[in-house]
Design a protein around this ligand. Structure first.
Ligand code: MRU
Length: 360
C-alpha cells in the first residue's frame, strides 16, 4: 500500500527524491514516484516495509545509492510496523532488512545500507525500544546525508575532467533522482556548470524503461543544463560527429578490479567510446564498490519481467508468443574504463591495486 500525497505544482520547484518527515515514532517516509515522470510529479508515502519493497522493485525509487537510502528508511518503517503488531523492535528491524534485501539483486548499495542498519541493531545496548527506533532513524538519515556529501565530492573531483564547452554522453540516470539529491555521473556535470563551464549533454534514452529520456532529460532540464535526448542506437553517430568529448555514467556495483555493472547498454557505449578514442568515466561513491568480488563475473545481474519489452508502455511491441530476454544490467570491463570518479578522487588507470589504495 502506498499513500498518494500532493502533486508538486510549481515546475520551477526543486524536487525531493526521498525524505523522512517527522520523528521516528510518527514520521512518514516519502519518495517522488519516478514511474510517473516526466508526466506527473507526485510524492507518495511508503508506510510499510512491503510498500518500500514494492517501490524499489517497480523502480518508483531507483538508482543504486537511492535504493540504499530507501531501504535504510524501509527498515525504520518495518521495525515500527512489526512492533505495532507485537514483535520486538529488534527482530522486526532485522526481518525488515532481510526482506528488503530481496527487492533487487545488482546494486550493492542496497546490501551495504541494510548491513549498516543490521549492525546498528546488533550493537545497540539500550533497553528502551523507543531509543532503538530513534537510533535507526538517525542511522538511515546518516546514510542519506553521507550519500549527499559523497555525491558533491564526486562532482568536484570529476568536474576538472570536463573542458568548458564540451559535450558529454550519459546512459540511464545517475543523477539526483538516482541518489539522495545531487547524483554521481550528473554531479560531475552539475559541478562543472557551477564552476562556470557550459556543458552539452547527450542522454541515451535507455531502453527498455527510458530512464535517460524520462528522468535524465527531466532533471537536467530542471537544473537548466543543455540536454539532447538520443535513441540508444544513435550513440555511435553522435561520437563520430564529435558532438561529445567524453562519456560519464554511474554504476550499480564495481568489483575489486574495476569491472563495473551499470544499466544494460553501458558496455556497448564503452566499446563505442574506445572505437572513437573518447574517454569513458564511471562515477560512483565508495558504497558502490564490492571488494569481495575479484572481477565483474560474480556480479548478479537482475533479469526483469519480459513484459517491459513485450508490452512496453501498455502497447504490444513484440508478438505475444515470442521470447524476450531482459537483463537489466551489463558489466563493462575495467580495461574500457578511463577512470573511476569517486568521492576520494579519480582512480586511473583502473587497476585492483589503485582501487585498493584509494579505498583504504
Ligand atoms: O534500473 P535502475 O534505473 O535502478 O538502474 C540505474 C542505473 O543503472 C544507474 O546508472 C546506477 O544505479 C547509478 S545511479 C547513481
Amino acid at each position: 500500500m502506498t499513500i498518494e500525497t500532493e502533486p508538486m505544482s510549481d515546475p520551477s520547484m526543486r524536487w525531493t527524491t526521498l525524505e523522512w518527515v517527522g520523528d521516528a515514532q510518527s514520521g512518514v517516509f516519502r519518495i517522488l514516484d519516478q514511474t510517473l515522470l516526466p508526466e506527473q510529479e507526485r510524492m507518495i508515502e511508503l508506510p510499510t516495509a512491503e510498500s518500500v519493497w514494492e517501490a524499489i522493485r517497480s523502480l518508483r525509487v531507483r538508482g543504486a545509492p537511492a535504493i540504499g537510502c530507501a531501504a535504510a528508511y524501509g527498515v525504520v518503517v518495518g521495525a515500527r510496523e512489526g512492533a505495532v503488531k507485537g514483535s520486538s523492535l529488534r527482530s522486526s528491524a532485522i526481518a525488515a532488512a532481510d526482506y528488503l534485501a530481496t527487492s533487487r539483486p545488482t546494486a550493492v548499495n542496497l546490501f551495504w545500507a541494510l548491513d549498516r542498519m543490521k549492525r546498528l541493531v546488533d550493537r545497540f545496548e539500550g533497553t528502551e525500544e523507543r531509543e532503538l527506533l530513534d537510533a535507526l532513524l538517525v542511522e538511515a538519515s546518516t546514510i542519506r546525508n553521507e550519500d549527499d556529501r559523497m555525491c558533491h565530492a564526486i562532482g568536484r573531483n570529476g568536474a576538472a575532467l570536463l573542458a568548458d564547452g564540451s559535450g558529454v554522453l550519459t546512459h540511464c540516470n545517475a543523477g539526483g533522482l538516482a541518489t539522495s539529491d545531487y547524483g554521481t555521473a550528473l554531479a560531475v556535470i552539475y559541478a562543472a556548470e557551477e564552476s562556470g563551464k557550459k556543458i552539452r549533454v547527450y542522454a541515451d534514452e535507455t531502453r527498455p524503461l527510458l530512464q535517460g529520456a524520462r528522468l535524465t532529460a527531466w532533471e537536467l532540464a530542471r537544473r537548466g543544463v543543455d540536454v539532447t535526448v538520443i535513441c540508444d542506437n544513435m550513440a555511435a553517430v553522435v561520437m563520430r560527429e564529435r558532438k561529445v568529448d567524453a562519456v560519464v555514467v554511474g554504476a550499480d556495483r564495481i568489483a575489486a578490479n574495476g569491472d563495473a555493472a551499470n544499466k544494460i547498454g553501458t558496455y556497448g557505449v564503452a566499446l563505442l567510446a574506445k572505437a572513437h578514442g573518447l574517454p569513458f568515466y564511471v562515477a560512483a561513491p565508495s558504497s558502490t564498490f564490492d571488494m569481495t568480488l575479484e572481477d565483474g563475473s560474480g556480479i548478479p545481474i537482475e533479469q526483469r519481467d519480459p513484459s517491459e519489452i513485450r508490452r512496453g508502455f501498455g502497447k504490444q511491441t513484440v508478438p505475444a508468443e515470442v521470447k524476450v530476454y531482459n537483463p537489466a544490467f551489463d558489466v563493462t570491463p575495467a580495461e574500457l574504463i578511463t577512470g573511476l570518479i569517486t568521492e576520494r578522487g579519480v582512480i586511473a588507470p583502473v587497476t585492483t591495486e589503485n582501487i585498493r589504495k584509494s579505498l583504504a
